[in-house]
Design a protein around this ligand. Structure first.
Ligand SMILES: [Zn+2]
Length: 254
């Protein structure tokens, strides 16, 4: 329904055209194409005018889009970096665990190899000593016979330098002569003295020199063994010898 009022008429026509285009899309498109082909300059001018009119608007829109995309890009980038760091950390942890296991296995196998080799060497040496004992003793006897003075001097010097060892030898001999056990070693004697902190087991004093006292005297069947020996100062040892029994303060026996 056409109107005389140009504004209303224009509104009516615009609405009519819009509805017509919706109702006839194909025809609308072909008419558009015909118009564009026949009026290229007008289309170009119109596009240019539109572009110029909305430049600032488009600029803002593009900048917004770009910023939004950049944010997304940065988020993606951060996520990738985080996941890479996580993977690397997992890799590092698993590698460290693997290496620790390998190291432990390697060390265990090396220890086992060393122990086996040591035992093999020990057996070999023991066998060698056993097999060559007579030969070596004969050789030594010959040497001693040919170097009597030299051997004697060596023995004297050693006895002088090792009074404790001599005492142990003497005590062991005393026990052996009575067919009693005589197994005390010098190391055991040193350990016993250390256990008593260098003190006499009877009076607790700390003399310059400790003697080996048999808790059960050799005369009563006590052997020279770590279980039957305590350190004693000379007065206590002598007193005990004549005046039984005194109770040793037993601390630790090795
Ligand atoms: Zn004493």
């Amino acid at each position: 329904m056409p109107h005389k009022d140009p504004i209303r008429r224009r509104v009516y026509l615009t609405d009519y055209q819009r509805r017509w285009r919706i109702a006839h899309p194909e025809e609308a498109r072909s008419r558009d194409k015909v118009y564009r082909d026949t009026h290229p300059e007008a289309v170009k001018a119109r596009n240019a005018a539109h572009s110029a009119a909305h430049r600032a608007e488009r600029k803002v829109y593009d900048a917004g889009r770009y910023a939004a995309q950049r944010e997304q890009r940065e988020e993606k980038k951060a996520a990738r970096a985080a996941s890479r760091a996580l993977r690397l950390e997992e890799k590092r942890v698993s590698k460290a665990a693997r290496q620790a296991v390998q190291k432990a296995e390697k060390e265990a196998s090396r220890a086992a190899r060393q122990a086996a080799s040591k035992e093999k060497t020990r057996i070999y040496h023991a066998a060698w000593y056993a097999a060559t004992r007579e030969e070596r003793m004969a050789h030594q006897a010959v040497y001693r016979a040919n170097n009597r003075d030299k051997v004697k001097a060596t023995i004297t010097a050693w006895r002088k330098a090792n009074p404790e060892a001599i005492r142990i030898q003497q005590q062991r001999r005393r026990a052996r002569e009575r067919s009693l056990p005589a197994t005390l070693t010098r190391a055991e004697w040193e350990a016993i003295k250390a256990a008593y902190k260098g003190r006499c087991a009877y009076c607790g004093k700390k003399p310059k020199r400790l003697t080996q006292d048999h808790v059960i005297p050799i005369s009563k069947g006590g052997g020279t063994t770590k279980e039957n020996i305590v350190p004693a100062c000379h007065p206590c040892n002598v007193q005990k010898f004549t005046n039984l029994p005194a109770n040793p303060v037993q601390l630790v026996l090795v």
